[in-house]
Design a protein around this ligand. Sequence first.
Ligand code: ZN
Length: 309
Amino acid sequence: MREDYPRTLLELEERFSDEAKCRGYLFALRWPQGFICPACGSGGLAIRRDLWRCVSCGRETSVMAGTILQDSKLPLRVWFRAMWQVTSQKNGVSALGLQRVLGLGNYKTAWALLHKLRRAMVRPGRDCLSGVVEVDEAYWGAEELGVRGRQSVDKALIVVAAQVDGKGIGRIRLWHIADTNRATLHGFIGQSIEPGSTVVTDGLQAYREMEGYAHDRQIQKHQSADAEHLLPRVHRVVSLFKRWLLGTHQGAIAHEYLQDYLDEFTFRFNRRTSRHRGHLFFRLAQQAVAVEPAPYRRLVKHLHRHRNR
Ligand SMILES: [Zn+2]
């Protein structure tokens, strides 16, 4: 599909003024060549407003079925305005901010809407990083929340990959991980970085053990303890992430949702040079109706199983 998106709030309001217009846009994003049955891949016919029936297997499908929009009671107009709020502002929007600007009845609705959108922001295994990539771990937790004495309990572990782009940073990937075992780090590198790339890390044993079998990714180690100077990009990314969490979301993040925030931060960061904010709206809408069948969480469970063996 041609990259077709509103450029201003006024354009958004005019184009998506009713449910049928919103549905038409989602339909074109999901099925640019016309309806395709998700069960068997055949074509189909529109049988009612937002319902298509497959000509082969007879299955009936709506444009929202199987996407993050499935079973939502909110009008698509609200979804579209939420996507616009999330993408049009440089740092995004908090659940409270979204509730206020959209006039939603309660905080939980706004919160759930934002979390669903975050799940459409990063597609694991797609658009991998390449070239020279710095990889390191970082912590999110106790001291940022102002809680003393429970650091070991409250800290969450994050692994960061940042592509080297001259002196700057290219694209990034961030995962919330349970440990720094070989299987976990190996899984992250395998899912995030293309074969043939050079991975620059510190001297952590788990990376050392990875040498030679990380799917043809050359692992380059720095032995110095001074990782901040050797891996400046990952450290810059971590500090920007922490600043964003504290600024936009007041830092009050439960660990179980940390990956959603990492995904939103990654989505923003990787598109920070987009000339039109509307382009981010387009990507988000496109990914909202094209969610991958194997979400990140399933991959994490797999890694956790691996760890427990
Ligand atoms: Zn079918």
